[in-house]
Write a new protein. Structure first.
Length: 764
């Protein structure tokens, strides 16, 4: 990868190998200002926490830094890496045929040979995943990588590869979902980890992908569709993870990838260097703990695993949350060792320090008001310069690319409460760079204090005005707890260790039941809001903050009449639209039209939505149907499930159902009518960009079969469909009134099928 490194833009004031902001094409002033200035408070905070106290030796062993020189070199390595733009990475979908994948990998290696094969590094912890030595903008702009760029675009579109940040691939690997598992992804949008899990789950398993922001839940649905996993085993819900209903379902595996301050994303989201605040982390700790406790204590089966992860380096959001989970569980939860092959990770911390901004809420609000006009003007100026430089947002990562599954800038948008927002250090007032001169702990604490942070060694010393923001669970565990918690089993990923983003992951196993008393102690955490906060809220507000009331099983109702977006506006059509059985007359029409008469065709898996008047009909997998039957829809809002199977069509002036491409694979084995086998030439003819295809264009055999067909929907399957995974391709078509067919496959899916057909042709 060295070759490409050499091409990166150099910062004058840092030595070779430690250049911050290298390769940040465009947006120069914004990026350079931020990187050169850094964030005194954030850097002082992490130095005082001991983030730079260990280093890797030449033989890949982690040792303590024994002097200031080593400490400083480690700190600069971290700083240089955490400000450098992130290299691109991607993985092959786990559910594509291996012959196809091998062919694609060969293509990839050939295309990269022009620039030296060392530009691509396989990630050993996940087979068929790769990290490049270059970032996305460089792939796009370098003429030597033009062909590779086109290859990535096409393969991504076809669903063969998924662009995903390296560390984001870690939690699903750690979770080790088994086929057939019942899995919950508690905070799922935008869905990169959801899709990674889904690819391995198969149709025997079930996955509930939950997200509390309705808009983002919809984004999740489209991402799942985009990568075309076409798996009916997923149910997308929109609910606050803290209140996810636990009385109807228990899970084998839970992914708890919580909202966080996201300071580990500083390479993608450079704004972190400007807005970092400890108040945000302190506040998020409570939310993270509540979501994770709900998962581990109430939703996880005994013997099940929960993966807790954040893209933050902050112990407040990481080890402090994990430690509190273990503390409250009284031995029912334990940490499991995590091993990521070929990937450098550092152990979790057993000790950390609690800091908090010293400003009172009122002071910081006033300051924020004063600064906001100035800041807005500055930000606009930066943005204009970014636009002039022709940058597309990758640098500041302020905008989301609709085709990038992995988008932590949006995904990690923290749910920080007002108090924390007020304390955000939009401009923390310290203009100088953080440049420590010793690694002495007391000295580093003093530097952190100089940046506006207060420090308390224990909760006892926290003065009353701060007790709202600072809680006992923020503090490090006791010696006895350290011995029993094994917090070193948590995993920390630092940007300078594998040239990635910063990340934290912990695997928790539930080894026993958690007593009702222990469970309730935490379920009721809301009522333990600090007095000053409760006092500010009227009873009504407390009620609305705590969500709606309890249902007849004593569980909190999280299904509202309306789903609201983050601005509180209701989103039409959501919240009331349950999946319901299809009426008999419609079912009979479908069975009759498409010959769905096979004995193993399970009619009850065909469902519709209450509001759709059977216009759209879905195919739901058996495990998901079982979950629906248990009454999940009475408790949470279901955004989507299953695959669209039939749509009532008015083509050619008719009113009849047509088969949808999404669920075609699941219907084809049961169809005895309106289904034909096509050779590869005929099949490819259906994939042109033209909407209509003359029947005369097909081979004689197929022509006569189609001509005999009445107007309406039919499917073509590729010869070999039944026997070979690679040939498992189907297109949905419409026999028109005239002598032609109308192809009903959306462009993006058509492109994916074309790519697959071409790969078969090349192998012929
Ligand atoms: C770190 S991101 C998740 C990223 C996702 N796992 C992925 O890989 O694409 C956290 C997500 O949690 C959502 N969120 C915030 N508060 C939540 C809550 N109380 N319950 C459930 N989800 C929440 C955020 O909207 C955000 O989409």
């Amino acid at each position: 990868m060295g070759k490409f490194r050499g091409k990166r833009r150099k910062n004058k004031d840092q030595p070779e190998g430690q250049r911050s902001g290298e390769n940040r094409a465009g947006g120069e002033s914004y990026v350079a200002t931020i990187i050169d200035h850094g964030n005194y408070k954030m850097e002082a905070y992490y130095a005082a926490q001991g983030l730079h106290n260990t280093q890797w030796t030449d033989n890949a062993t982690l040792t303590s830094c024994s002097n200031w020189g080593e400490f400083e070199a480690e700190r600069l390595r971290w700083r240089a890496s955490a400000t450098q733009i992130l290299p691109a990475s991607f993985r092959f979908a786990a559910d594509i045929p291996s012959t196809l994948r091998e062919k694609c990998e060969k293509e990839m290696n050939e295309l990269l040979q022009v620039v030296g094969n060392d530009v691509v590094r396989p990630l050993q912890f996940l087979p068929h995943a790769y990290q490049l030595g270059v970032d996305r903008s460089m792939i796009r702009k370098d003429p030597n990588l033009k062909a590779f760029f086109e290859w990535v675009k096409l393969r991504n579109l076809a669903g063969f590869i998924t662009r995903q940040e390296t560390v984001s691939m870690v939690p699903p690997v750690v979770l080790q979902t088994q086929p057939g598992d019942c899995v919950l992804d508690m905070c799922a949008a935008p869905g990169s980890k959801t899709s990674q899990i889904l690819e391995r789950l198969g149709v025997e398993g079930s996955l509930i992908a939950n997200e509390n922001n309705a808009k983002r839940a919809h984004m999740l649905v489209s991402q799942l569709r985009r990568i075309m996993h076409m798996n009916p085993s997923v149910l997308v819900t929109c609910c606050d993870g803290q209140f996810f209903p636990s009385k109807i379902l228990q899970f084998d595996r839970i992914l708890c990838d919580v909202p966080c301050s996201g300071d580990g994303t500083s390479r993608k989201n450079i704004g972190v260097w400007k807005t970092w605040s400890q108040a945000a982390a302190l506040s998020l700790h409570t939310l993270q703990l509540q979501i994770a406790w709900k998962g581990a204590a109430n939703l996880l089966k005994v013997g099940g695993y929960m993966c807790y992860s954040t893209c933050s380096n902050n112990p407040t959001e990481n080890e402090a949350v994990v430690a509190e989970l273990l503390r409250k569980s009284n031995g029912a939860l334990e940490l499991v060792e995590v091993n990521l092959e070929g990937f450098k990770t550092r152990p979790g911390w057993t000790s950390w320090k609690v800091f908090c901004e010293s400003q009172t809420q009122r002071e910081s609000k006033n300051k924020q008001k004063k600064n906001s006009a100035k800041m807005m003007a500055k930000r606009r100026e930066w943005q204009e310069k970014e636009a002039e430089a022709g940058d597309d947002g990758e640098i500041v990562a302020a905008t989301a690319s609709s085709t990038d599954v992995d988008n932590p800038t949006i995904s990690d948008e923290p749910d920080v409460d007002e108090e924390a927002k007020a304390s955000e250090s939009k401009d923390d007032g310290i203009k100088e760079r953080f440049q420590p001169t010793t690694m002495d702990e007391e000295y580093l604490i003093e530097m952190a204090k100089k940046s506006g942070l207060e420090y308390w060694p224990s909760y006892d010393g926290v003065p009353e005005p701060f007790r709202g923001r600072v809680r006992p669970s923020h503090f490090k565990p006791t010696d006895e707890e350290i011995a029993s918690f094994h917090l070193r089993r948590c995993v920390r990923c630092l940007p300078n260790d594998n040239d990635t983003g910063g990340f934290f992951v912990a695997l928790i196993r539930k080894v026993g039941d958690i007593s009702v008393a222990d469970r309730q102690q935490h379920d009721d955490l809301d009522s333990k809001q600090p007095e000053n906060k409760r006092a500010r809220l009227g009873e009504k507000e407390i009620e609305s903050k705590q969500g709606p009331g309890l249902d007849d099983t004593g569980e909190r109702l999280v299904k509202g009449n309306q789903v609201r977006d983050e601005n509180g506006k209701s989103i039409q059509g959501l919240g009331k639209d349950d999946f319901v059985p299809v009426k008999d007359n419609i079912l009979n029409e479908l069975i009759d039209t498409f010959g769905l008469t096979e004995s193993n065709f399970q009619k009850d898996l065909i469902m519709t939505r209450a509001s759709s008047e059977s216009k759209n009909i879905y195919y739901i997998s058996r495990p998901i149907k079982n979950i629906i039957d248990k009454g999940i829809q009475n408790k949470v809002t279901v955004i989507s499930s299953g695959l669209k199977a039939f749509v009532r069509s008015t083509l050619d002036g008719t009113s009849m159902y047509r088969v949808c491409q999404d669920a075609a694979h699941f219907l084809v084995p049961h169809m005895s009518k309106r289904k034909f086998v096509a050779n590869i030439d005929d099949f490819e003819k259906c994939l042109t960009s033209e909407r209509f295809i003359q029947i005369a264009a097909f081979s004689d055999d197929l022509q006569s079969q189609i001509r005999e067909l009445s107007i309406g929907s039919f499917v073509l399957i590729l010869d070999g469909y039944e026997d070979e995974l690679q040939h498992k391709m189907v297109v949905t078509l419409w026999r028109c009134r005239t002598d032609r067919v109308d192809q009903l496959v959306a462009q993006v899916e058509r492109d994916a099928i074309v790519a697959k057909v071409r790969s078969i042709r090349e192998a012929l």
